[in-house]
Design a protein around this ligand. Structure first.
Ligand code: ZN
Length: 256
């Protein structure tokens, strides 16, 4: 009985400790990887597959979330996001945040001559994941509510939190697919797409950051269909932009 009780206590502790969830969810990250591959030439795709081995691009894109129960990777926990105070701009720091982690992995892979195959694979998986995360507005959000994780809302009547609305609920309930996101290409002309492809990680945070006003525009803790209708396109655009930029980073790394 004592054993059962203590197990129950442990379980309840695990369940009640507020976990910061790591966006996007599995589907969102998979979509970003697929969109990136849509834009890649075959030699870059071959190079990525060579290092990923039997790991699929979808698995690569969620590795940083899948291994978070392994405490030897705890040092990566803060890499998924950056907190910037309301009304403030990002100021450069050496903290382990999404901007620094992504820049570090990109720079390492650009100079990978002395890296082991395993380390190259790890950096690739970091880039697949964090390029996605950085484009989710609540990953460039506010410390005070843990990127929306502390904002309890009802999503079409179901209790959840604002972070989850953006990384999972809208994508799942609206059944967003890679093709839905690619359809948003119509909003960009060629030179705008070239502009999106310019690799400037810190700069990339500006646009998801500018979407936060939209993200918090709901009343009475309620996410209704009107909010979803309005923001579905925003989610599709962010997944598209993340995919375009991931393809650009991979091309840059393997161009030689
Ligand atoms: Zn993440």
């Amino acid at each position: 009985m004592k054993k059962i009780l203590s197990l129950a206590v442990v379980l309840s502790l695990i369940i009640s400790v507020p976990q910061r969830s790591f966006a996007w969810g599995k589907i969102g990250h998979g979509i970003v990887a697929e969109i990136a591959f849509h834009f890649l030439d075959s030699s870059t795709k071959d190079a990525v597959h060579k290092y990923l081995g039997s790991t699929t691009i979808e698995e690569a894109s969620t590795w940083m979330d899948d291994m978070r129960s392994d405490h030897s990777y705890d040092y990566m926990k803060s890499w998924h996001y950056v907190n910037i105070e309301k009304g403030q701009a990002y100021t450069e720091t050496k903290d382990g945040n999404v901007i620094n982690a992504l820049n570090k992995a990109i720079t390492e892979l650009e100079h990978r001559d002395n890296m082991s195959k395993d380390d190259i694979k790890k950096d690739l998986m970091i880039i697949f994941h964090l390029t996605g995360d950085l484009h989710m507005p609540l990953h460039v959000g506010y410390e005070e509510d843990k990127g929306g994780n502390d904002i309890h809302v009802k999503y079409l009547g179901k209790p959840t939190n604002l972070h989850r609305v953006w990384d999972t609920e809208i994508i799942e309930s609206e059944k967003i697919t890679p093709n839905d996101c690619l359809a948003q290409l119509k909003n960009f002309n060629k030179s705008e797409i070239d502009g999106l492809k310019k690799i400037d990680v810190e700069n990339w945070t500006h646009e998801p950051r500018s979407l936060l006003t939209n993200v918090y525009a709901f009343k009475d803790d309620t996410i209704d269909q009107a909010y979803i209708d309005k923001n579905k396109k925003v989610v599709e655009m962010q997944l598209l932009i993340a995919g375009i930029r991931l393809s650009s980073v991979l091309e840059q790394i393997f161009k030689s």
